[in-house]
Design a binder for this molecule. Sequence first.
Ligand code: MG
Length: 380
Amino acid sequence: MEIACIIVAAGRGTRAGGDVPKQYRLLGRQPVLTRAIGAVLADSRVGRVVCVIDADDGELYQEATVGISDRRLDQPVYGGPTRSESVRNGLESLAVNAPNKVLIHDAARPFLSAELLDRVIGALASSEAVFPCLPVTDTIWSVSDGNLEPVDRQRLARAQTPQGFTYGKLLDAHRRNKTALTDDIAVARVAGLSVQAVAGSDENIKLTSGGDFVWAERAHFMDVRTGTGYDVHAFCEGDHVTLCGIKVPHSKGLLGHSDADVAMHAITDAIFGAVSEGDIGQWFPPSEAAWKGADSAIFLRKAVERAMANALRLNHLDCTIVCEAPKIGPHAESMRKRISEITGLPGNRISIKATTSEGLGFTGRGEGIAAMATATLVNQ
Ligand code: MG
């Protein structure tokens, strides 16, 4: 059985937001169309794949397919003003060396699984037209003309793609069809083909709204970044130290260009590390007078701002302060609260803890305070 697949990618859909049609929008750093093509090419029974694109999208298509070396991907063909016409153009392009069977798939469904593709292809052995569908689980109301009527959802099903057909019969049905129909099962049904439904898949979502893209990124392309920070400041004359933005009374102060908040500096560097954008010293050079005595919250806010600019969201912070004195425990809760205020991260995702170094080394001799931090960021 020779199987070809037409991927319909001619829509101008920008309901999802962004400045390119949704099938060219990036998902996990790859265009949606690239993923849809890959999902179909993953099945070795598919011998040819043709995308139907808009005449204005040639460049976007080239970019989306430049990395695909599989020779089964044919040159694209241009679509028409309606979906039906686009599909027909795709079918006509296959007429030389016509396949036995053809699959029609939406470019906006990049999560087609091997199992679903197998169900559709399997059912084509005994039916002229096959489509995957899902039951309706929401309660459905008819709201036309201001009249509210209940609809029996048991009688309804949601159609998905890929839909599979006997090639010659579908081409013939499209040649005779004169009305704009939204899927090819409708065209096949009008032409009297035998139709079989198979189980669809919830994963096989058609990306439509901006929210669909946010969901898909989170569900399929979780991007977790971890950064570490380390800082040391020496003690000097004084009557308090500032740690995580909290003034802690002490017999000494901490020496530094800014407020010498060693713990907040470690946290800030951990975030800069997770974003891969240098460290505090690069963003706020000690040589610049502006940062003399500065509240270190300025540095931490900048790191959080850089995370957001890179579409990353702070997910967790862990900081360990190393000193013999002062005691950190009584202030840990206030420190957590202050870091939460500055970063916007909920307090239960912030950990501030302390340890001594058992009298060993510079911290053990009471010469200064060290702090270490780990920041975990995820894609937004
Ligand atoms: Mg420092």
